[in-house]
Design a protein around this ligand. Structure first.
Ligand code: MN
Length: 213
């Protein structure tokens, strides 16, 4: 069974004005679709890996045959990262976090504002394409990190609680080269309910919220 592009959980225009309709269409229908297509193409050479989840494939990249390791790293990562990304945003999102994730942020960063400043800064400083993350350990401890390309915290043994895509394809049509402006505006569409679900799944030991194939 091949991996499939999950549908957007809302309309292309739902995140306006923070993320414009044209960007959402390109990002989901072209970029994410390409990661899925290329992941499936790579796995055709090793059908025994087709039953694994994308998370399992990128969790231990050394176990992936060398001839497709790069393709799985980039496209498996791209599929996992974007499948998370659509869900951790929503129309009329944003505001202050609540629940367990609010407590974890306060404990590690002092305040939500300080956390946002550090997260945005890490996103600005990620040179070239990549992601900025709040990642967690099984213990529930959280940390900010950035990764290049489509690399996932999963490959470092960390759980991606949520992340923002800082590839130019995520913001360039509307924000041009103003990545800091995009990072600042993005908090208006963050879906804290979904993020709390993901954090709860980490703390309960069920590391993967189900990912559509
Ligand atoms: Mn992207």
């Amino acid at each position: 069974m091949a991996f499939e592009l999950p549908p957007l959980p809302y309309d292309y225009s739902a995140l306006e004005p923070t993320i414009d309709t044209a960007t959402m269409k390109l990002h989901h229908d072209m970029h994410h679709a390409a990661y899925v297509k290329n992941l499936n193409a790579a796995l055709e050479k090793h059908p025994n890996l087709q039953s694994k989840s994308a998370e399992d494939l990128i969790r231990d990249l050394n176990a992936v045959p060398e001839d497709i390791r790069g393709a799985v790293r980039n496209n498996g990562g791209g599929h996992v990262n974007h499948s998370m990304f659509w869900k951790i945003m929503k129309p009329k999102g944003g505001g202050d976090p609540s629940g367990l994730i609010a407590e974890a942020i306060q404990k590690s960063f002092g305040s939500f504002k300080d956390f946002q400043a550090k997260f945005n800064d890490a996103g600005v400083k990620q040179f070239g394409s990549g992601w900025v993350w709040l990642a967690g350990k099984r213990s529930g401890e959280v940390q900010i990190l950035s990764t290049p390309n489509q690399d996932s915290p999963i490959s470092q043994g960390l759980f991606p609680i949520f992340g923002n895509d800082v590839w130019e394809h995520a913001y360039y049509l509307k924000y041009n080269n103003r990545r800091p402006e995009y990072l600042a505006a993005w908090w208006n569409v963050v879906n804290w309910d979904e993020i709390n679900k993901r954090y709860a799944s980490l703390k309960s030991g069920q590391l993967e919220p189900a990912l559509a194939r």
